[in-house]
Design a protein around this ligand. Structure first.
Ligand code: IPM
Ligand code: MG
Length: 357
């Protein structure tokens, strides 16, 4: 197979982790007789520095011309004081919108080898954690109009709008039901229907879609309760589907309780066209350029890419198995280090995985 991949290393640790992931992908491609062609594009802070724009048109064009996009991370203190529409984050939001990536899949899994790093009590996680958060990514309060500032009764005021239309809810619900069908067939839709009108529509539409998936056990939960249940008993969840803002928050929570946010990949998908694959963690400016970052989330994002963009599940498994072997052999980057294990840097971690492909 011929794969055209657009790389967007971005800011902070982005370049070093993407470099390791590319090396692993090349190794897999070599082994299975695929060819990979790379293009590279600017996004986030590096794009602001070079072009004054966090998402240059050229970047959108390069992404659209690719079969899949690999992103490192965006953002850092250098750009934190810029106005909202010029911040690095705007690049990420813009590319999601430009590529129509309405679904964000964020699997939160407890790796048995890293169970000591888990933040929850052993009796709570004795059956592990394996939750897939499906977050709506191009709608809701992140993009709703109107948005702005004005002066009300002589006081500065600001507003955003949380809005979903039924089609936006239907397509993310369908995708979540499909994901549940491939897993344990349990779907929990998270909303705030006791307060928000938009959540009441969300719930209504999810119920309608549920009729197409009689095998899936559907439940609903308010977001505050869901935040609590995730730490109380994470194993009650299989797939969670929720809107953009709640999904932003819950996916970080689900990821961090595993104790290995540096390990978790994600995929953002649209109805057609290239998807975007990226680690869940951010740009970690404090350790950037020091060969300390954990490249495994980005490497595992390559596995997700092979599976979702190219339907190459065998190749994906080879990567996942290689990562697991490296962990079993006791190698750790700083973020997942425990006593008695071997501390390695970003490059070495990448090499260790590549050697086991
Ligand atoms: C994420 C991030 C982004 C978001 C930021 C960087 C705009 O937190 O991917 O979860 O809020 O979606
Ligand atoms: Mg987030």
């Amino acid at each position: 197979m011929k794969m055209k991949i657009c790389l967007m290393p971005g800011d902070g640790i982005g370049p070093e982790i993407v470099e390791q992931a590319v090396m692993v992908l090349d190794k897999v491609a070599d082994k299975f007789g695929h060819t990979v062609e790379y293009t590279e594009a600017l996004i986030g802070g590096v794009a602001i520095d070079a072009t004054k724009n966090p998402l240059p048109d050229e970047t959108v064009a390069k992404c659209k011309a690719a079969d899949a996009v690999l992103l490192g991370a965006v953002g850092g203190p250098k750009w934190d004081t810029l106005p909202g529409d010029q911040r690095p984050e705007k690049g990420l939001l813009g590319i999601r919108k430009a590529l129509g990536l309405f679904a964000n899949l964020r699997p939160a899994k407890l790796f048995p080898e890293l169970s000591k790093a888990c933040f929850l009590r052993p009796d709570i996680v004795q059956d592990g954690i394996d939750v897939m958060v499906v977050r709506e990514l191009t709608g809701g309060i992140y993009f709703g109009q109107p948005v702005g500032r004005d002066v009300r009764d002589g006081k500065r005021a600001a507003f955003n709008t949380m809005v979903y239309d039924e089609e936006e809810v239907r397509r993310i619900a369908r995708l979540a039901f499909e994901a549940a069908m491939k897993r344990e067939k349990r779907l929990c839709s998270v909303d705030k229907a006791n307060v928000l009108e938009v959540s009441r529509l969300w719930r209504e539409v999810v119920e309608e879609v549920a009729k197409e998936y009689p095998e899936v056990e559907l439940s609903h939960m308010y977001v505050d309760n869901a935040a609590m249940q995730l730490v109380r008993n994470p194993n009650q969840f299989d797939v969670i589907v929720t809107g953009n803002l709640f999904g932003d928050i819950l996916s970080d929570e689900a990821a961090v309780i595993t104790g290995s946010i540096g390990m978790l990949p994600s995929a953002s998908l649209g109805a057609s066209g290239p998807g975007l694959y990226e680690p869940i963690h951010g740009s970690a400016p404090d350790i950037a350029g020091q060969n300390k970052a954990n490249p495994l989330a980005t490497i595992l994002s390559i596995a997700m890419m092979l599976r979702y963009a190219f339907d190459l599940s065998k190749e994906a498994e080879v990567i996942e198995t290689a990562v697991q072997k490296v962990l079993q052999e006791g190698y750790r980057t700083g973020d997942i280090m425990e006593e008695g294990k071997s501390l390695v840097g970003c490059n070495t971690m990448g090499n260790l995985v590549a050697e086991r492909i």
